[in-house]
Design a protein around this ligand. Structure first.
Ligand SMILES: Nc1ncnc2c1ncn2[C@@H]1O[C@H](COP(=O)(O)OP(=O)(O)OP(=O)(O)O)[C@@H](O)[C@H]1O
Ligand SMILES: [Mg+2]
Length: 335
């Protein structure tokens, strides 16, 4: 008996797709740990750990075992993964085979850390696949032929850009920064402007609800934090324009990666790309006004995938049912 899964090992979320079923789990890539490193105890995983963010005493640390695309702790990542797998009620007699999506452009050593964590969690067979490949398939792109797909993923911890054709990555690049770094700079902008300190989870909420690249957006949100001087709780109203510079800085950084990748492409490919444009995946693609802002700068069409935050796991899940194609892709870009 074999259970076949696809797992998107994201910096912000871990998603699991069961072959012929669909997405069976999606939870934050977070654990809450109490005690010291030599004597630690995991007290919450995933959704439960997220609920505790900003609400615990100093001897409880909440963190993600993957940061900026790299596994920081195989032990914690495997415990988290094992906890998630246990929730799926997989028979203990069943072997588990998983197609695991990871950032592109990471070292062989970094890849081994993902593989090892999967084995430690009880997965018997592991294939690693760059998440942009799965994301392109999940966005409905046919990557088998010579037609080029130009795709960018704006995740929580990494930003990937790739030019894909013939089931392979022709050119690609990665930035070890993502939406989480933007949350931190939003929190610091609010502290500077309003003299109120907010937590990273609140800053993420601000970004998701009012982050916008439109100049005149009037979206706003009331958020609570601590007054920097009195340390007393205080509510502040934040407008889109208050954080727009930080949002634009994050996107401009990513645009540099797009430009570098485009500059590496041979002319035939560039004209193909100019015609087809860029497709955006990842949670960061949901920023209001993003595709308009990008297409103005790169002077080509830019579209956001349907359900950008799930494109990778849906594409990986789809590949599970297309074994022949999956094997070809794994031969080209998998490990
Ligand atoms: N509406 C939104 N506007 C801006 N950012 C958003 C929005 N919704 C989600 N995000 C951000 O998207 C990021 C998570 O995206 P995603 O789930 O694609 O990441 P991931 O796959 O876990 O991480 P990575 O791809 O870096 O490994 C988080 O930083 C989250 O704050
Ligand atoms: Mg991702």
């Amino acid at each position: 008996m074999k259970t076949i899964l696809a797992i998107d090992m994201g910096n912000s979320y871990i998603s699991i797709f069961k072959k012929n079923f669909g997405i069976v789990l999606k939870e934050p890539n977070l654990i809450a740990v109490s005690g010291s490193n030599s004597n630690y105890k995991i007290i919450a995983y995933g959704n439960e750990a997220k609920k505790l963010q900003g609400k615990t005493s100093e001897n409880i640390v909440i963190f993600t075992p993957i940061s900026e695309g790299e596994v920081k702790s195989k032990e914690y990542l495997s415990s988290l993964l094992k906890h998630f797998l246990d929730k799926l009620n997989i028979s203990k007699f069943s072997k588990i085979k998983a197609l695991v999506t990871i950032p592109c452009g990471i070292t062989d050593e970094a890849k081994e850390a993902y593989r090892k964590a999967c084995f430690m969690a009880g997965i018997d067979e592991v294939n690693l696949l760059p998440s942009v490949i799965a994301g392109a398939i999940g966005s409905g792109k046919n990557i088998k032929g010579e037609e080029t797909t130009f795709i960018a993923s704006l995740g929580g911890g990494v930003t990937d850009v790739a030019v894909i054709n013939l089931n392979s990555i022709l050119k690609g690049g990665t930035l070890a920064v993502g939406g989480r770094a933007l949350d931190i700079s939003i929190a610091s902008a609010i502290a500077d402007r309003s003299k109120v300190l907010i937590g990273v989870a609140s800053a993420e909420k601000v970004k998701e609800e009012i982050g916008s690249l439109f100049e005149n957006d009037t979206l706003n949100i009331e958020i609570s934090g601590n007054n920097l001087t009195s340390k007393m709780p205080e509510n502040v109203i934040i407008f889109s324009k208050d954080i727009r510079d930080k949002v634009a800085e994050y996107v401009d950084n990513f645009l540099k990666l797009i430009e570098t990748t485009l500059n590496l492409c041979p002319p035939e490919i560039s004209s193909d790309i100019a015609q087809n444009g860029l497709i955006l995946i990842g949670g960061g693609a949901k920023l209001v006004g993003l595709s308009e802002y990008i297409s103005k700068v790169i002077k080509m069409p830019c579209t956001v995938s349907d359900s950008p935050e799930n494109a990778t796991i849906l594409g990986a899940g789809k590949l599970l049912s297309d074994e022949q194609n999956l094997n070809t892709i794994l031969n080209n870009v998998g490990s």
